[in-house]
Design a protein around this ligand. Structure first.
Ligand SMILES: Cc1cc2nc3c(=O)[nH]c(=O)nc-3n(C[C@H](O)[C@H](O)[C@H](O)COP(=O)(O)OP(=O)(O)OC[C@H]3O[C@@H](n4cnc5c(N)ncnc54)[C@H](O)[C@@H]3O)c2cc1C
Length: 476
Protein backbone atom coordinates (compact mmCIF):
# COMPACT_ATOMS: atom_id res chain seq x y z
CA UNK A 1 0.00 0.00 0.00
CA UNK A 2 2.05 2.99 -1.20
CA UNK A 3 2.00 6.16 0.87
CA UNK A 4 2.05 9.22 -1.36
CA UNK A 5 4.24 11.93 0.10
CA UNK A 6 5.18 14.00 -2.92
CA UNK A 7 3.72 14.71 -6.36
CA UNK A 8 3.68 11.75 -8.76
CA UNK A 9 7.21 11.40 -10.14
CA UNK A 10 7.91 12.31 -13.69
CA UNK A 11 10.83 9.92 -14.03
CA UNK A 12 12.26 11.49 -17.15
CA UNK A 13 12.38 15.02 -15.68
CA UNK A 14 13.75 13.86 -12.36
CA UNK A 15 16.45 11.82 -14.11
CA UNK A 16 17.52 14.83 -16.15
CA UNK A 17 17.50 17.13 -13.12
CA UNK A 18 19.64 14.73 -11.09
CA UNK A 19 22.13 14.35 -13.93
CA UNK A 20 22.39 18.13 -14.19
CA UNK A 21 22.76 18.48 -10.43
CA UNK A 22 25.49 15.84 -10.40
CA UNK A 23 27.45 17.59 -13.16
CA UNK A 24 27.22 20.93 -11.34
CA UNK A 25 28.16 19.48 -7.97
CA UNK A 26 31.22 17.53 -9.13
CA UNK A 27 34.30 19.57 -8.35
CA UNK A 28 32.44 22.05 -6.12
CA UNK A 29 31.32 19.62 -3.43
CA UNK A 30 33.67 18.44 -0.65
CA UNK A 31 31.58 15.47 0.50
CA UNK A 32 30.48 12.27 -1.21
CA UNK A 33 28.07 11.98 -4.15
CA UNK A 34 26.23 8.71 -4.65
CA UNK A 35 24.14 7.66 -7.63
CA UNK A 36 22.29 4.38 -8.31
CA UNK A 37 24.87 1.70 -9.06
CA UNK A 38 27.67 3.39 -7.08
CA UNK A 39 29.29 1.33 -4.30
CA UNK A 40 27.54 2.29 -1.05
CA UNK A 41 24.43 3.63 -2.79
CA UNK A 42 22.15 0.73 -1.75
CA UNK A 43 22.99 1.22 1.92
CA UNK A 44 22.88 5.02 1.70
CA UNK A 45 19.44 5.13 0.08
CA UNK A 46 17.77 3.24 2.95
CA UNK A 47 15.97 5.02 5.74
CA UNK A 48 14.81 3.58 9.05
CA UNK A 49 11.23 2.81 7.98
CA UNK A 50 11.34 -0.15 5.57
CA UNK A 51 7.82 0.71 4.41
CA UNK A 52 9.24 3.72 2.60
CA UNK A 53 11.75 2.15 0.21
CA UNK A 54 12.66 4.76 -2.38
CA UNK A 55 15.47 5.24 -4.87
CA UNK A 56 16.81 8.80 -4.99
CA UNK A 57 18.63 9.82 -8.17
CA UNK A 58 21.44 11.48 -6.21
CA UNK A 59 22.56 11.46 -2.57
CA UNK A 60 24.90 14.25 -1.48
CA UNK A 61 26.66 13.55 1.80
CA UNK A 62 27.70 17.01 2.96
CA UNK A 63 30.72 17.58 5.19
CA UNK A 64 30.14 21.22 6.12
CA UNK A 65 27.85 24.21 5.81
CA UNK A 66 29.50 25.12 2.48
CA UNK A 67 28.43 21.77 1.02
CA UNK A 68 24.87 22.26 2.27
CA UNK A 69 24.74 25.66 0.66
CA UNK A 70 26.12 24.39 -2.65
CA UNK A 71 23.69 21.46 -2.63
CA UNK A 72 20.67 23.70 -2.01
CA UNK A 73 21.67 26.19 -4.72
CA UNK A 74 22.21 23.49 -7.31
CA UNK A 75 19.02 21.64 -6.39
CA UNK A 76 17.09 24.87 -6.91
CA UNK A 77 18.87 25.75 -10.16
CA UNK A 78 18.20 22.30 -11.58
CA UNK A 79 14.67 22.15 -10.14
CA UNK A 80 15.41 18.80 -8.50
CA UNK A 81 12.87 17.61 -5.88
CA UNK A 82 14.89 17.44 -2.67
CA UNK A 83 14.72 15.61 0.64
CA UNK A 84 16.84 16.50 3.67
CA UNK A 85 18.15 13.78 5.96
CA UNK A 86 19.68 13.74 9.40
CA UNK A 87 19.04 10.35 11.08
CA UNK A 88 16.55 9.08 8.49
CA UNK A 89 14.01 8.23 11.22
CA UNK A 90 11.09 10.17 9.83
CA UNK A 91 8.19 7.80 10.49
CA UNK A 92 6.54 9.33 7.44
CA UNK A 93 9.60 8.68 5.27
CA UNK A 94 10.22 12.33 4.41
CA UNK A 95 14.01 12.01 4.26
CA UNK A 96 14.04 10.21 0.93
CA UNK A 97 12.33 10.45 -2.45
CA UNK A 98 12.08 8.55 -5.72
CA UNK A 99 14.37 9.84 -8.44
CA UNK A 100 15.11 13.10 -6.61
CA UNK A 101 17.97 14.52 -4.56
CA UNK A 102 18.84 13.80 -0.92
CA UNK A 103 20.89 16.28 1.10
CA UNK A 104 22.36 13.87 3.65
CA UNK A 105 23.96 15.31 6.81
CA UNK A 106 25.19 12.03 8.29
CA UNK A 107 28.82 13.13 8.01
CA UNK A 108 28.18 16.25 10.06
CA UNK A 109 28.13 14.82 13.57
CA UNK A 110 30.41 17.05 15.65
CA UNK A 111 29.34 17.85 19.21
CA UNK A 112 31.21 20.41 21.33
CA UNK A 113 30.28 20.88 24.97
CA UNK A 114 30.95 23.96 27.06
CA UNK A 115 30.47 22.63 30.62
CA UNK A 116 30.69 26.06 32.28
CA UNK A 117 28.07 27.68 30.08
CA UNK A 118 26.07 24.40 30.04
CA UNK A 119 25.75 24.65 26.28
CA UNK A 120 26.49 22.25 23.41
CA UNK A 121 27.06 23.01 19.76
CA UNK A 122 25.63 20.14 17.77
CA UNK A 123 26.00 19.65 14.01
CA UNK A 124 22.89 19.04 11.91
CA UNK A 125 23.60 15.35 11.21
CA UNK A 126 23.92 14.16 14.81
CA UNK A 127 22.07 11.21 16.26
CA UNK A 128 20.74 11.51 19.81
CA UNK A 129 23.37 9.03 21.02
CA UNK A 130 26.25 11.25 19.95
CA UNK A 131 24.81 14.16 21.94
CA UNK A 132 24.23 11.99 25.02
CA UNK A 133 27.74 10.57 24.96
CA UNK A 134 29.42 13.96 24.63
CA UNK A 135 27.27 15.75 27.21
CA UNK A 136 27.52 12.93 29.79
CA UNK A 137 31.31 13.34 29.82
CA UNK A 138 30.58 16.69 31.50
CA UNK A 139 27.77 15.23 33.68
CA UNK A 140 25.17 17.08 31.62
CA UNK A 141 22.10 16.11 29.60
CA UNK A 142 20.04 17.46 26.76
CA UNK A 143 16.37 16.41 26.98
CA UNK A 144 15.64 14.44 23.80
CA UNK A 145 14.00 11.18 22.67
CA UNK A 146 14.06 7.59 23.92
CA UNK A 147 15.97 5.80 21.12
CA UNK A 148 19.61 6.75 20.63
CA UNK A 149 19.77 6.03 16.88
CA UNK A 150 17.11 8.70 16.16
CA UNK A 151 18.32 11.80 14.33
CA UNK A 152 18.58 14.93 16.47
CA UNK A 153 17.60 17.43 13.77
CA UNK A 154 14.22 15.97 12.85
CA UNK A 155 13.37 15.31 16.48
CA UNK A 156 14.33 18.76 17.79
CA UNK A 157 12.74 20.67 14.90
CA UNK A 158 9.43 18.86 15.38
CA UNK A 159 9.45 19.34 19.19
CA UNK A 160 11.15 16.38 20.86
CA UNK A 161 9.64 14.45 23.75
CA UNK A 162 11.40 11.91 25.95
CA UNK A 163 12.15 10.78 29.49
CA UNK A 164 13.21 14.27 30.60
CA UNK A 165 10.39 16.29 29.03
CA UNK A 166 8.50 16.82 32.26
CA UNK A 167 11.65 17.81 34.12
CA UNK A 168 13.36 20.07 31.55
CA UNK A 169 10.79 20.68 28.77
CA UNK A 170 10.71 19.62 25.14
CA UNK A 171 13.90 19.40 23.12
CA UNK A 172 12.89 22.49 21.16
CA UNK A 173 12.39 24.40 24.44
CA UNK A 174 16.09 23.84 25.10
CA UNK A 175 17.51 25.30 21.91
CA UNK A 176 19.29 28.62 22.41
CA UNK A 177 20.05 29.18 18.72
CA UNK A 178 19.86 27.61 15.28
CA UNK A 179 22.18 28.14 12.31
CA UNK A 180 20.57 27.20 9.02
CA UNK A 181 20.91 27.52 5.29
CA UNK A 182 17.71 28.87 3.82
CA UNK A 183 16.25 28.34 0.34
CA UNK A 184 18.07 31.39 -1.09
CA UNK A 185 21.40 29.98 0.08
CA UNK A 186 21.84 32.42 2.99
CA UNK A 187 23.38 31.27 6.24
CA UNK A 188 21.06 32.55 8.93
CA UNK A 189 21.20 32.55 12.73
CA UNK A 190 17.95 32.41 14.64
CA UNK A 191 17.74 33.04 18.36
CA UNK A 192 15.72 35.09 20.82
CA UNK A 193 17.07 38.40 19.42
CA UNK A 194 18.12 37.64 15.84
CA UNK A 195 15.38 36.54 13.40
CA UNK A 196 13.05 35.96 16.32
CA UNK A 197 10.12 34.86 14.13
CA UNK A 198 12.24 32.17 12.56
CA UNK A 199 13.48 31.10 16.02
CA UNK A 200 9.85 30.79 17.06
CA UNK A 201 8.91 28.74 13.97
CA UNK A 202 11.90 26.38 14.15
CA UNK A 203 10.81 25.24 17.60
CA UNK A 204 8.16 22.79 16.42
CA UNK A 205 7.87 23.70 12.74
CA UNK A 206 9.97 20.79 11.40
CA UNK A 207 12.14 21.06 8.28
CA UNK A 208 10.00 23.73 6.62
CA UNK A 209 12.43 26.67 6.78
CA UNK A 210 15.87 25.49 5.71
CA UNK A 211 18.63 23.03 6.56
CA UNK A 212 19.83 23.46 10.12
CA UNK A 213 23.58 22.94 10.21
CA UNK A 214 24.09 23.70 13.91
CA UNK A 215 22.04 23.80 17.09
CA UNK A 216 23.14 25.55 20.25
CA UNK A 217 21.57 23.45 23.01
CA UNK A 218 20.96 24.18 26.69
CA UNK A 219 22.16 21.42 29.02
CA UNK A 220 21.26 20.35 32.55
CA UNK A 221 23.16 18.40 35.21
CA UNK A 222 22.10 14.73 35.52
CA UNK A 223 23.98 11.44 35.32
CA UNK A 224 21.57 8.79 36.57
CA UNK A 225 17.87 8.18 37.14
CA UNK A 226 15.72 5.66 38.97
CA UNK A 227 13.99 3.42 36.45
CA UNK A 228 11.07 1.10 37.20
CA UNK A 229 9.16 -1.21 34.92
CA UNK A 230 6.20 -3.54 35.43
CA UNK A 231 3.38 -5.30 33.59
CA UNK A 232 -0.34 -5.15 34.28
CA UNK A 233 -2.38 -8.15 33.11
CA UNK A 234 -5.30 -7.66 30.75
CA UNK A 235 -8.07 -7.84 33.35
CA UNK A 236 -6.57 -4.99 35.40
CA UNK A 237 -5.70 -2.58 32.58
CA UNK A 238 -8.94 -0.62 32.85
CA UNK A 239 -8.20 0.14 36.49
CA UNK A 240 -4.56 0.98 35.70
CA UNK A 241 -5.49 3.50 33.01
CA UNK A 242 -8.04 5.23 35.24
CA UNK A 243 -5.54 5.46 38.14
CA UNK A 244 -2.69 6.63 35.86
CA UNK A 245 -4.90 9.33 34.34
CA UNK A 246 -5.84 10.71 37.78
CA UNK A 247 -2.38 10.31 39.30
CA UNK A 248 -0.47 12.12 36.57
CA UNK A 249 -2.47 15.32 36.88
CA UNK A 250 -0.69 16.06 40.20
CA UNK A 251 2.55 14.15 39.68
CA UNK A 252 5.85 15.94 40.35
CA UNK A 253 7.91 17.19 37.40
CA UNK A 254 10.62 14.68 38.34
CA UNK A 255 8.35 11.77 37.43
CA UNK A 256 7.65 10.38 33.96
CA UNK A 257 5.27 7.41 33.70
CA UNK A 258 4.63 6.00 30.22
CA UNK A 259 2.28 3.14 29.39
CA UNK A 260 2.47 0.78 26.39
CA UNK A 261 -0.44 -1.46 25.50
CA UNK A 262 0.80 -4.52 23.61
CA UNK A 263 1.43 -8.25 23.72
CA UNK A 264 4.07 -9.15 26.31
CA UNK A 265 7.21 -10.49 24.61
CA UNK A 266 8.32 -14.09 25.08
CA UNK A 267 11.29 -13.18 27.27
CA UNK A 268 12.47 -15.52 30.05
CA UNK A 269 12.74 -12.66 32.55
CA UNK A 270 8.99 -11.98 32.31
CA UNK A 271 6.40 -13.97 34.29
CA UNK A 272 5.40 -17.06 32.26
CA UNK A 273 1.66 -16.39 32.57
CA UNK A 274 2.01 -13.00 30.83
CA UNK A 275 4.22 -13.94 27.88
CA UNK A 276 2.38 -13.42 24.58
CA UNK A 277 -0.68 -12.05 26.45
CA UNK A 278 -2.17 -8.54 26.17
CA UNK A 279 -0.59 -6.35 28.86
CA UNK A 280 0.01 -2.76 29.81
CA UNK A 281 3.72 -2.09 30.31
CA UNK A 282 4.50 0.75 32.72
CA UNK A 283 7.87 2.49 32.48
CA UNK A 284 8.64 5.04 35.18
CA UNK A 285 11.60 7.36 35.41
CA UNK A 286 12.41 9.44 38.48
CA UNK A 287 14.96 12.23 38.05
CA UNK A 288 14.89 13.57 41.63
CA UNK A 289 16.71 12.35 44.75
CA UNK A 290 16.83 8.53 44.44
CA UNK A 291 15.48 7.86 47.95
CA UNK A 292 12.27 9.76 47.11
CA UNK A 293 11.46 7.59 44.08
CA UNK A 294 9.76 4.76 45.96
CA UNK A 295 7.06 7.04 47.33
CA UNK A 296 5.93 7.91 43.80
CA UNK A 297 6.46 4.46 42.31
CA UNK A 298 4.24 2.73 44.88
CA UNK A 299 0.97 3.54 43.15
CA UNK A 300 2.24 2.12 39.84
CA UNK A 301 3.70 -0.99 41.48
CA UNK A 302 0.36 -1.72 43.18
CA UNK A 303 -1.24 -1.86 39.72
CA UNK A 304 1.33 -4.27 38.21
CA UNK A 305 1.72 -8.03 38.65
CA UNK A 306 4.22 -8.10 41.56
CA UNK A 307 6.72 -10.55 40.02
CA UNK A 308 6.96 -8.37 36.89
CA UNK A 309 8.18 -5.26 38.74
CA UNK A 310 11.83 -4.16 38.50
CA UNK A 311 13.35 -0.98 39.91
CA UNK A 312 16.95 0.22 39.87
CA UNK A 313 19.14 3.29 39.58
CA UNK A 314 20.66 3.36 36.10
CA UNK A 315 23.20 5.57 34.35
CA UNK A 316 21.57 8.10 32.01
CA UNK A 317 23.25 6.45 29.01
CA UNK A 318 21.56 3.14 29.91
CA UNK A 319 18.17 4.85 29.98
CA UNK A 320 18.80 6.42 26.58
CA UNK A 321 19.80 3.19 24.84
CA UNK A 322 17.60 0.56 26.51
CA UNK A 323 14.88 0.74 23.81
CA UNK A 324 17.28 0.85 20.83
CA UNK A 325 16.83 -2.80 19.84
CA UNK A 326 13.01 -2.63 20.05
CA UNK A 327 12.88 -0.38 16.98
CA UNK A 328 15.36 -1.81 14.47
CA UNK A 329 16.10 -0.25 11.09
CA UNK A 330 14.41 -1.77 8.08
CA UNK A 331 11.21 -3.13 9.62
CA UNK A 332 7.92 -1.71 8.41
CA UNK A 333 6.25 0.95 10.56
CA UNK A 334 3.04 2.94 10.32
CA UNK A 335 1.78 5.44 12.86
CA UNK A 336 -1.08 7.71 13.85
CA UNK A 337 -1.18 9.96 16.83
CA UNK A 338 -3.34 12.42 18.73
CA UNK A 339 -3.99 14.24 21.98
CA UNK A 340 -6.58 13.74 24.72
CA UNK A 341 -7.52 16.24 27.35
CA UNK A 342 -8.90 13.41 29.41
CA UNK A 343 -8.90 9.63 29.01
CA UNK A 344 -12.56 8.75 29.51
CA UNK A 345 -14.23 5.32 29.77
CA UNK A 346 -15.09 5.28 26.08
CA UNK A 347 -11.44 5.82 25.17
CA UNK A 348 -10.33 3.09 27.56
CA UNK A 349 -12.90 0.73 25.97
CA UNK A 350 -11.42 1.43 22.54
CA UNK A 351 -7.88 0.67 23.67
CA UNK A 352 -8.94 -2.53 25.43
CA UNK A 353 -10.89 -3.76 22.44
CA UNK A 354 -7.94 -3.00 20.14
CA UNK A 355 -5.64 -5.05 22.39
CA UNK A 356 -7.66 -8.17 21.62
CA UNK A 357 -7.06 -7.80 17.87
CA UNK A 358 -3.50 -6.44 17.82
CA UNK A 359 -1.97 -7.86 14.61
CA UNK A 360 1.73 -8.05 15.54
CA UNK A 361 3.67 -8.78 18.74
CA UNK A 362 5.78 -5.66 18.12
CA UNK A 363 2.85 -3.27 17.55
CA UNK A 364 2.02 -1.01 20.46
CA UNK A 365 -0.30 1.73 21.60
CA UNK A 366 1.81 4.21 23.54
CA UNK A 367 0.32 6.56 26.11
CA UNK A 368 2.31 9.36 27.60
CA UNK A 369 1.55 12.37 29.76
CA UNK A 370 3.18 15.66 28.82
CA UNK A 371 2.62 18.43 31.39
CA UNK A 372 5.54 19.25 33.71
CA UNK A 373 8.06 21.79 32.42
CA UNK A 374 6.82 21.30 28.82
CA UNK A 375 3.29 22.25 29.89
CA UNK A 376 4.51 25.47 31.47
CA UNK A 377 5.68 27.07 28.25
CA UNK A 378 2.99 29.41 26.94
CA UNK A 379 1.04 28.23 23.86
CA UNK A 380 2.28 31.07 21.64
CA UNK A 381 5.91 30.99 22.77
CA UNK A 382 6.94 28.32 20.24
CA UNK A 383 5.38 26.83 17.10
CA UNK A 384 5.03 23.43 18.81
CA UNK A 385 1.44 22.17 19.03
CA UNK A 386 -0.97 21.99 21.90
CA UNK A 387 0.67 21.84 25.33
CA UNK A 388 -2.58 22.00 27.24
CA UNK A 389 -3.85 18.55 26.22
CA UNK A 390 -1.51 16.51 28.33
CA UNK A 391 -2.25 12.99 27.12
CA UNK A 392 -0.56 11.92 23.88
CA UNK A 393 -1.16 8.59 22.19
CA UNK A 394 1.05 7.17 19.50
CA UNK A 395 -0.33 4.12 17.70
CA UNK A 396 2.68 2.39 16.16
CA UNK A 397 2.35 -0.67 13.93
CA UNK A 398 5.61 -2.57 13.54
CA UNK A 399 5.91 -5.63 11.27
CA UNK A 400 8.24 -7.42 8.87
CA UNK A 401 6.33 -8.97 5.98
CA UNK A 402 5.51 -6.64 3.06
CA UNK A 403 2.61 -8.87 2.05
CA UNK A 404 0.78 -7.91 5.25
CA UNK A 405 1.13 -4.11 4.85
CA UNK A 406 -2.60 -3.62 4.28
CA UNK A 407 -3.52 -5.54 7.43
CA UNK A 408 -1.29 -3.49 9.75
CA UNK A 409 -2.03 -0.12 8.17
CA UNK A 410 -5.78 -0.68 8.20
CA UNK A 411 -5.66 -1.82 11.85
CA UNK A 412 -4.06 1.51 12.84
CA UNK A 413 -6.41 3.54 10.66
CA UNK A 414 -9.50 1.87 12.03
CA UNK A 415 -8.36 2.23 15.66
CA UNK A 416 -7.56 5.90 15.07
CA UNK A 417 -11.02 6.42 13.58
CA UNK A 418 -12.60 4.96 16.70
CA UNK A 419 -10.46 7.07 19.05
CA UNK A 420 -10.82 10.28 17.06
CA UNK A 421 -14.18 11.41 18.53
CA UNK A 422 -12.75 11.53 22.07
CA UNK A 423 -9.48 13.16 21.02
CA UNK A 424 -8.94 16.87 21.19
CA UNK A 425 -7.80 18.49 17.91
CA UNK A 426 -4.02 18.65 17.54
CA UNK A 427 -1.18 16.31 16.73
CA UNK A 428 2.57 16.15 17.28
CA UNK A 429 4.14 16.40 13.80
CA UNK A 430 6.91 13.89 14.52
CA UNK A 431 4.38 11.14 15.26
CA UNK A 432 2.44 11.60 12.00
CA UNK A 433 2.56 9.32 8.99
CA UNK A 434 3.20 10.42 5.40
CA UNK A 435 -0.45 10.42 4.36
CA UNK A 436 -1.71 13.06 6.78
CA UNK A 437 -0.91 16.36 5.06
CA UNK A 438 -4.50 17.43 5.73
CA UNK A 439 -3.74 17.33 9.48
CA UNK A 440 -0.77 19.72 9.36
CA UNK A 441 -2.84 22.87 10.08
CA UNK A 442 -4.41 20.93 12.96
CA UNK A 443 -0.93 20.45 14.43
CA UNK A 444 -0.42 24.21 14.69
CA UNK A 445 -4.00 25.45 15.20
CA UNK A 446 -3.98 29.12 16.25
CA UNK A 447 -0.29 29.32 15.33
CA UNK A 448 -0.99 28.36 11.69
CA UNK A 449 -1.15 31.84 10.15
CA UNK A 450 2.13 32.84 11.76
CA UNK A 451 3.72 29.62 10.48
CA UNK A 452 2.54 30.38 6.95
CA UNK A 453 3.91 33.93 7.21
CA UNK A 454 7.36 32.73 8.32
CA UNK A 455 7.35 30.04 5.63
CA UNK A 456 6.44 32.62 2.99
CA UNK A 457 9.31 34.82 4.11
CA UNK A 458 12.01 32.13 4.16
CA UNK A 459 10.84 29.58 1.57
CA UNK A 460 8.36 31.31 -0.75
CA UNK A 461 8.62 28.58 -3.44
CA UNK A 462 8.23 25.76 -0.97
CA UNK A 463 11.56 24.18 -1.87
CA UNK A 464 11.57 22.43 1.53
CA UNK A 465 8.35 20.52 1.09
CA UNK A 466 9.21 16.93 1.94
CA UNK A 467 8.05 17.36 5.52
CA UNK A 468 4.78 17.92 7.39
CA UNK A 469 4.41 20.78 4.99
CA UNK A 470 3.38 24.35 5.65
CA UNK A 471 2.60 25.81 2.25
CA UNK A 472 3.61 29.44 1.72
CA UNK A 473 1.12 32.06 0.53
CA UNK A 474 0.77 31.93 -3.24
CA UNK A 475 2.69 34.62 -5.06
CA UNK A 476 0.54 37.41 -6.47
C1 LIG B 1 12.84 4.64 16.60
C2 LIG B 1 12.24 6.02 16.77
C3 LIG B 1 12.11 6.56 18.02
C4 LIG B 1 11.57 7.83 18.17
N1 LIG B 1 11.46 8.34 19.43
C5 LIG B 1 11.01 9.60 19.58
C6 LIG B 1 10.97 10.19 20.86
O1 LIG B 1 11.32 9.58 21.86
N2 LIG B 1 10.53 11.46 20.96
C7 LIG B 1 10.15 12.17 19.87
O2 LIG B 1 9.78 13.33 20.03
N3 LIG B 1 10.17 11.64 18.65
C8 LIG B 1 10.58 10.37 18.48
N4 LIG B 1 10.60 9.81 17.24
C9 LIG B 1 10.11 10.59 16.10
C10 LIG B 1 11.23 11.46 15.60
O3 LIG B 1 11.26 12.65 16.34
C11 LIG B 1 11.03 11.81 14.13
O4 LIG B 1 10.93 10.63 13.38
C12 LIG B 1 12.17 12.69 13.61
O5 LIG B 1 11.79 13.24 12.38
C13 LIG B 1 13.44 11.91 13.44
O6 LIG B 1 14.48 12.77 13.09
P1 LIG B 1 15.58 12.36 12.02
O7 LIG B 1 16.54 13.47 11.96
O8 LIG B 1 16.09 11.01 12.25
O9 LIG B 1 14.66 12.32 10.74
P2 LIG B 1 14.94 12.44 9.19
O10 LIG B 1 14.16 11.32 8.61
O11 LIG B 1 16.36 12.53 8.85
O12 LIG B 1 14.22 13.82 8.86
C14 LIG B 1 12.92 14.07 9.30
C15 LIG B 1 12.42 15.40 8.82
O13 LIG B 1 13.26 16.43 9.34
C16 LIG B 1 13.85 17.17 8.29
N5 LIG B 1 15.27 17.39 8.64
C17 LIG B 1 16.17 16.47 9.00
N6 LIG B 1 17.34 17.06 9.28
C18 LIG B 1 17.17 18.39 9.08
C19 LIG B 1 18.00 19.52 9.23
N7 LIG B 1 19.26 19.42 9.64
N8 LIG B 1 17.47 20.71 8.94
C20 LIG B 1 16.19 20.86 8.54
N9 LIG B 1 15.36 19.82 8.39
C21 LIG B 1 15.84 18.59 8.67
C22 LIG B 1 13.73 16.27 7.07
O14 LIG B 1 13.69 16.98 5.90
C23 LIG B 1 12.44 15.56 7.31
O15 LIG B 1 11.36 16.33 6.91
C24 LIG B 1 11.14 8.55 17.05
C25 LIG B 1 11.26 8.00 15.78
C26 LIG B 1 11.81 6.75 15.64
C27 LIG B 1 11.91 6.16 14.28
Amino acid sequence: MPIQIDPPPNNHERGRACRDAYKSLRGRFQGELLRPGDPGYEQARKIWNGLVARRPGLIARCVDVGDVRTAIRIAIDTRTPTAVRCGGHSLAGFSTCDGGFVIDLSRMRDVTVDPDARLARVAGGCLLGSIDEATQKAGLVFPSGVVSHTGASGLILGGGTGWLTRRFGLSCDNVAAFTLVTADGSIVRADRRENADLYWALRGGGGNFGVVTEFELKLHPLTSVVLAEGLTPENSIRHLLACWRDFMADAPFHLKWNIDLRLAPHKPELPANLRGRPVAGSSLVWTGAPDEAQRYFEQAFSLCQPDSVRSQTVPFLHLQTMADSDFPHGRRYYTKSGYFRYIDDRTIDCFLEALTTIPSPETQMELTYLGGAAGQVAANETAFGDRSAAFITNLLANWQDAHTDALHISWIRSLFKKLRPTMTPGVYVNFMSGDEQDRVPEAYQQRWERMVAVKTQYDPDNFFRLNQNVQPHRKA
